[in-house]
Design a binder for this molecule. Structure first.
Ligand code: HEC
Length: 149
């Protein structure tokens, strides 16, 4: 009797395992198989770093100019420059294989995104907070240039 109970619980355990495995297979079939994702190869920047830097500078100046006349229209311009600057910084993360370099580029990206988020608040956007973030961007430019430029 004792033995039968044990056998029954072992059998139940096996059944549960089979059921769980079967449902996992079902799940795997529901999501796209990895081979459906196009092979893009590893990410690699294509523009020269010098050009990327000139572009970063022009987007920085673009947002500084826009913030001289704050308002809904200006904040739209700031949002554009901040988002593109964030993407350029995102790409810059791949220009050097050094931890501090990647960290500064990441910080620039994230600060620019934060700024874009503030600018997206339209007429309610906080100009002072945005100007503060522009200063933070500039200090990140300088931190990296002090070592790598
Ligand atoms: C993570 C590192 C890093 C960050 C952050 C960074 N830069 Fe640079 N920057 C470089 C390096 C490296 C060079 C030298 C590139 C070269 O000449 O090959 C450079 C050069 C430049 C140049 C000179 C380009 C030329 O014509 O020779 C400008 C302008 C520039 N950066 C602007 C900026 C601005 C503006 C920011 C911030 C919004 C910034 N950079 C942030 C790494 C960085």
């Amino acid at each position: 009797m004792h033995r039968n109970v044990l056998t029954a619980s072992v059998a139940a355990g096996i059944l549960t395992t089979v059921f769980l495995l079967a449902s996992r297979v079902g799940l795997a079939q529901a999501t796209p198989a990895p081979q459906d994702v196009p092979d893009r190869g590893p990410f690699k920047p294509v523009a020269e770093l010098e050009m990327l830097m000139e572009a970063q500078e022009s987007h920085l100046h673009g947002m500084e100019d826009a913030l001289k006349t704050p308002g809904e229209k200006a904040f739209k311009v700031v949002r554009f420059h901040a988002q593109v600057l964030a993407e350029l910084a995102n790409v810059n993360r791949f220009h050097r294989d050094k931890a501090d370099y990647v960290s500064w580029a990441t910080q620039l990206r994230d600060t620019a995104l934060e700024l874009a988020g503030k600018a997206a608040q339209g007429s309610d956007a906080d100009t002072g907070a945005m100007l503060g973030l522009v200063e933070k961007l500039k200090s990140t430019c300088t931190a990296c240039h002090d070592v790598y430029d």
